[in-house]
Design a protein around this ligand. Structure first.
Ligand SMILES: NC(=O)c1ccc[n+]([C@@H]2O[C@H](COP(=O)([O-])OP(=O)(O)OC[C@H]3O[C@@H](n4cnc5c(N)ncnc54)[C@H](O)[C@@H]3O)[C@@H](O)[C@H]2O)c1
Ligand SMILES: N[C@H](C(=O)O)[C@H](O)COP(=O)(O)O
Length: 333
């Protein structure tokens, strides 16, 4: 019997709870795999009522989730105060949001669940409550540490055969050039190549590496990072047997016919990677974390405070995140 997926509740003032409740209500017609939500049952019941969703909610131990799934949303309860105030984020629920992620990862690391799908968090609210990670990606790496060793987490946004990875993530643009190192590029390419083989079943993954500067530095006349750091790093990776190419000009690399010549693109910073995928596939993109011992996916959007509690908003990206986590782990016990 396959273990359930773990879905974390995310920011209660955001759209995440709306979408996971809607997807549960549509679980039969969508043929969704069994999942349990890690969060606050009372809050989820209040949001379901606000949305007019006739959903029963059952607090469970994770191993009993499958038994109730046909009749009620299984919720693994996380203690704390959570009010139903869509669009009004605060830090009162921060401990519930954070502990839900930690508990879901623990239950997945120990085999009670087979993957984690995270609903969007509001980073600002968590930072205000003392959360010291830039986002899920870095927090998950720490939670998945084995013998104290925290592996390099890699954020990938994917839709069908379009995949992109930011080398640097939630850092100010002014800091990006200094963070681009030969070692980080090589290590990130190793993680990408490994997971493209293991998680996406691509036998010989081809990875394009974007330049940092316009026209990939124009041979060194528009900035030096491309010729002095990125190029040598790509050569190092190729020498290890990784099929990497670059640095390539970022402004033409994401034209889909060019993009599709590769199994993934390694971009140099957050928006260089995420703007293309969210432009072509916002409704279907999935955020998947590479380099972890578990599978973790997430919708490609955030908390959408302008839509939370309204019943509007598309569940498609959230559904795609569930589908990817299911496909990646379906064969696991
Ligand atoms: N995985 C995550 O936890 C995650 C991902 C992205 C952003 N965030 C966080 O979310 C918060 C808001 O971020 P943002 O405003 O940059 O991005 P956002 O994705 O929340 O919203 C951007 C725009 O897209 C729209 N949108 C978002 N989801 C939608 C959906 N499912 N259907 C229809 N329209 C949708 C919103 O209405 C808004 O107009 C920030 O705190 C950010 O850190 C979290
Ligand atoms: N950078 C992501 C995006 O814009 O979609 C998002 O913030 C997710 O980050 P985490 O999964 O690390 O929270």
């Amino acid at each position: 019997m396959t273990a359930p997926l773990a879905i974390t509740m995310g920011e209660p003032a955001g759209i995440g709870p709306d979408l996971l409740l809607r997807l549960f209500a549509e679980r039969v017609e969508r043929q969704l795999p069994v999942f349990a939500v890690y969060g606050h049952a009372g809050f989820l019941a209040a949001r379901a009522k606000r949305l007019g969703l006739a959903i029963r909610i059952a607090e469970v131990l994770i191993d009993d989730a499958r038994e109730v799934y046909a009749d009620a949303l299984p919720v693994v309860p996380i203690d704390g105060m959570v009010e139903d105030a869509p669009g009004q984020p605060g830090d009162k629920a921060a401990s519930v949001v954070i502990n839900a992620i930690a508990r879901a990862v623990k239950d997945t690391m120990t085999g009670h669940c087979r993957a984690v799908v995270t609903a969007p968090i509001h980073k600002g609210a968590l930072y205000h409550a003392g959360f010291r990670h830039p986002g899920h990606t870095e927090f998950l790496a720490e939670l998945c540490a084995i013998d104290g060793h925290v592996k390099l987490p890699v954020m990938m946004l994917a839709h069908d055969d379009l995949r992109t990875v930011p080398l640097t993530i939630h850092v100010p643009i002014k800091d990006v050039p200094g963070l681009i190192t030969r070692a980080l590029i090589v290590e990130t390419l190793r993680v990408m190549a490994h997971d493209l083989r293991q998680r996406f079943h691509i036998a010989a993954p081809r990875i394009a590496v974007a330049g940092l500067n316009p026209h990939a530095g124009e041979g060194g006349s528009i900035g030096r990072e491309d010729v002095e750091i990125i190029g040598p790093a790509v050569a190092d990776a190729v020498a290890e047997g990784i099929h990497a190419v670059g640095p390539l000009p970022g402004d033409t690399l994401f034209y889909p016919p060019h993009w599709r010549q590769y199994d993934a693109v390694l971009a140099m910073y957050h928006d260089q990677a995420l703007i293309p995928i969210k432009t072509v596939a916002f409704d279907a993109g999935v955020n998947v974390t590479l380099g972890l011992p578990i599978v973790r996916t997430s919708p490609d959007h955030g908390t959408a405070f302008d839509l939370a509690g309204t019943g509007k908003g598309s569940p498609s990206s959230f559904a795609a995140a569930i589908a990817m986590a299911d496909q990646m782990t379906a064969q696991r016990p």
